[in-house]
Every structure is written in C-alpha cells, then in structure tokens.
Design a protein around this ligand. Sequence first.
Ligand code: SF4
Ligand code: SF4
Length: 374
Amino acid sequence: MEPGDTAVIDRAGLDRLVDVLRARGYRVIGPRVRENAVVLDELASGAELPDGWGVETAPGYYRLRRREDRAVFAHSAGPGSWKQFLHPPRRRVLAVGLDLEPEPEPAEETPVRSAFLGVRGCDLAAIAILRRVLGGGTYPDTGFTERSGGLFVVAANCTEPGGVCFCASMGTGPGVTDGYDLALTEHTGAGHRFVVDVGTTEGAAVLAEIGSHRPTESEVAQARESVSVAAGRMGRSMPEVDIRGLVRDSRDFPHWEDVAARCLTCGNCTMVCPTCFCTTTEDVTDLTGDHAERWERWASCFELDFSYMHGGSVRRTGESRYRQWLSHKLGTWHDQFGSSGCVGCGRCIDWCPAGIDLTAELARLAEEASGAGS
Ligand code: SF4
Ligand code: SF4
C-alpha cells in the first residue's frame, strides 16, 4: 500500500484501526454518544463509536435519533469540534511561586500525539485554518504546534449531510481532498464496509497492520457516488453572491438591528465554531499570596469586555457585536488569513438558542443590497 491506493475494511476492521492507533501510542479521539449528543472524546475501543445513531438538526435544534442501520459516521457535526483538542478551552500557561521561577507543567498537561477519527471535510478545512492562524506566522502558538504536530487524521467523507450543513457551498465538503492519512467512505446496509483512501505513508503502514482487501470497481464507484449525491442534499447553502463585498458594504443596513433584536449575545456560536480562536488570559493567586497562575481561556467577541479599550467597550450594542462576528468570519478573515473563516459546518445554527442562521441573515442582507428587502 502507498499514498493514492484504495482498500476496503469492514466494521471489525474499524475496531482494529482504533486498536492499532492506540498500540502505536496515539490518543484516539472520535465520535461517541454522551448526554444526548454525538460528542468527540477519547476512545478506548471501536465499540464506543456511535453505531446506528443519527441526528436531526435545524436552527436551535439538535436531537439524536436511532437509525435503521448500523452506520457509524452518519451524523453531522455535534456540539464539539476538533478545536477543543488542538486549542483547549482553558489551560494554565504559567505557575510561579515567591521565587518567580516558573513551575514545570503537570504531566497530564503534556501533549501526547493524537489520532482524530472521523474528521469531515468541513472540519478538516477548519483544522487547516487553525494551522494557519495559530500555527503559522512569525510567532506561532507553541502549545498549538505541539498538540497538532504528529497528528494522525482519519477523515470521513460525508454521505449524510444534516439539516444545517452547507459545506458544499463553502467548497469544503462533503468529500475530503487532502490533509488526511486515511479517508473512509462508509457504505451502510448489507455489506457494511468502508472504502479507504490512503493519504500518507504513515496511513499506509497503519492500514497494513489492520488488514484490508482491494476494492472492486463497483465498491469504489458506489463510494464516490454516495459522496457526490451528498453534495446535493445539504440542508442549507450560502447565497451565491460576493459575500466579502456584501458584509463590507452592508454596515449600515437596517437588517443588523433585526438580528440584534433576536441575538442574546450569549456567544454560543463562537464557542461551537471550529475556527473561532480568540482567547483571553486571567491571573489568579491563592489565598496565601505565595503562588500565582496565569490561565488562558477561550474568549468570545460577543462579550462586552472583548473590545474594552482605555475606559470603555468599543462594541457596546448586540448589533455591533453580531455584525463584527459575521463581518470578520466572512469578510475580513480573507484579508487576514487568505480564506473565509466559515467552513459551513452549521454548528452555530444548531446551537444558537435563538435559532439565528447566518445563511439566512446573509440572504436577507443580499436582498437589502439588491433593493428587494426595502
Ligand atoms: S447569534 Fe445566537 S449563538 Fe450567537 S450570540 Fe447571538 S444568540 Fe448567541
Ligand atoms: S460560522 Fe458557523 S457554520 Fe461557519 S464554521 Fe463557524 S460554526 Fe460552522
């Protein structure tokens, strides 16, 4: 086997994949059911994968449902994303005593090599964005580069887009094109199997340990067809307009007030977004005053303090904060990082308590721009 080759494994082969990766020293992270959602978590074995679970999604709505088959990857994005493992929500960055000498990192905070199992095209694109934003440039975040270095990626071509997915219109899915060691396309029903595309030599070596067989032409054709059919079954799509120009030129449109009347400025959308990366730091001391720590935690541009500068917050209204989030994500992100900051995963739509849907908001702004919304 070598990069570019294709093979087939069955459901037992998927279990072996988890075992082989763990035996090679990887912390295997993949989907599993917990607290009425498909979450991403460390897997002790393939038996923990969400066999036969699907999801129903809509704005402000996410429900698990039992499927009639034993599909493992037939669920769209859940509340967690791979960001939480590469860029943790909260981490201690420094601890000092009275001598001001930094204390060593606790052992459990030392990064270990991770294997991500079941990464969709949208999330693979999000990881690539995080690599550029946090891992690139003159001053990369060394915590991020340590966590993302040596990452083994098992991608999952998506054959079951959800009600809030729109990766096809963002050009990030439903199929994966690169950035993986192995890519799986699941075929459910009779002959439950996974067509495996080999992306790297490390992927080929892992696959050799699992054992696989060569696919028939029809198995490969069926796998490719199911991904291309999925592209036409997205629950949503981004309007086909110049999005960058639209968010730049719509600054004073009345529609922002309409969104602000619904938005609770809770920040959920930024927390679940796989590309939102902002953090803040907090310093704490213990009661004796002889031990101090600095913690980094995710921050949200929906927090009032986020834009605090010399005596006040710049973005005091919900309207200005929502507009800032959307304008950065879809507009100025291009100027800063060379791509859109949105990969079309739909999480911010699912997990918005007000059911605000950025594709619908963009469509309304586009209507206003064309004069139809006035
Ligand atoms: S858009 Fe929704 S999720 Fe985001 S801050 Fe507003 S209410 Fe919260
Ligand atoms: S803005 Fe929403 S749809 Fe786009 S990547 Fe973030 S969470 Fe996903």
